[in-house]
Design a protein around this ligand. Structure first.
Ligand code: G1P
Length: 293
């Protein structure tokens, strides 16, 4: 039912400078894969067939990453490195699957989505923000697509965050929760702690009705003087419901250094090759730290 996913990857990544001076932040590696590859794999696992990347200047490494590299493939084949060969072939996208459009200026997440408007027909579509990395048994977007019905309107992944962090997120006003679905009657982008209606934050997975693109088109700038996706979702209320989906899994904010580091540890714990080395290594650092403090 939902076959298209947009990946907004035009952001500057200033929090990771100088690492992101010439490398897109979505190409930052967690253990052995760039963030954007985790996002694309999650979308593939959810049945997505069309992958739209909203890029900007300096992001061509993302396009290269999803390309087939004949010379590399031939070399790996000659050297009989079949494991690696499969990994890089599997990570590529077919030319018919991937579309790259540019966001000409950093005008916000809503504006980034709008840059893909001409590629969306009359169908609901998904959005994944690659720096929200989620470790779960069933990929988060798959959980959402499995649960989604048209009556849910616009659906966003949600989790409860620490009250001191609400100003980093879109925050929901909740009316009721039935199992994992939360009916929201409002959403506000990056409220201060004193006016935040709850601690239920929007996390970077969305299933959006195509009508949202018309709303976005008329949307004036909001928080941070940017065109905000949450504002357009809010404007569609009450005619189009808003459903929060309380997913199963652990989310890492790889837009921050601490979140990215923690993601590396969490994903390394899932990786057989690394896990055995990781535990004694961490123990050594913890022991040293405890000794010094
Ligand atoms: C964006 C959205 C925000 C959402 C957040 C999740 O903010 O605008 O509503 O809660 O992603 O990570 P950003 O992180 O781009 O500032």
């Amino acid at each position: 039912m939902i076959k298209t996913c947009i990946f907004p990857v035009a952001g500057l990544g200033s929090r990771f400078l100088p690492a992101t001076k010439s490398i897109p932040k979505e190409m930052l590696v967690v253990v052995d894969k760039p963030l954007i590859q985790y996002a694309v794999e999650e979308a593939k696992a959810a049945g997505i067939e069309r992958f739209i990347f909203v890029t900007s200047q300096g992001k061509s490494a993302i396009e290269d990453h999803f390309d087939r590299l004949q010379l590399l493939e031939q070399t790996l084949e000659k050297r009989k490195k079949f494991d690696l060969l499969h990994k890089i072939v599997d990570s590529a996208l077919e030319p018919s699957q991937a579309v790259y459009v540019r966001q000409p200026a950093p005008l916000g997440l809503g504006h980034a989505i709008l840059c893909a408007k001409h590629l969306i027909q009359d169908e609901a579509f998904a959005v994944i923000l690659a720096d929200d990395l989620i470790l779960s048994k069933t990929p988060c977007l798959k959980q959402m697509i499995n649960a989604y019905t048209p009556e849910d309107g616009n659906m966003v992944a949600t989790m409860v965050v620490d009250p001191s962090h609400v100003s980093r997120y879109g925050i929901l006003t909740i009316s009721e929760q039935i199992e994992q679905k939360i009916r929201a009657i409002n959403v506000v982008e990056k409220p201060t702690r004193d006016v935040a209606p709850s601690c239920s934050a929007v996390i970077g997975r969305y299933i959006l009705r195509h009508e949202l693109l018309d709303t976005l088109h008329k949307q004036s700038p909001g928080a941070g003087a940017e065109i905000q996706l949450t504002d357009a979702i809010q404007h569609m209320l009450p005619t189009t419901p808003l459903t929060g989906y309380s997913y199963e899994g652990e989310r890492f904010d790889c837009g921050t250094k601490e979140g990215w580091l923690e993601a590396n540890i969490a994903f390394a714990c899932q990786n057989e090759d690394v896990y055995a080395h990781l535990v004694p290594m961490l123990k050594r650092y913890v022991d040293n730290y405890t000794h010094q403090h």
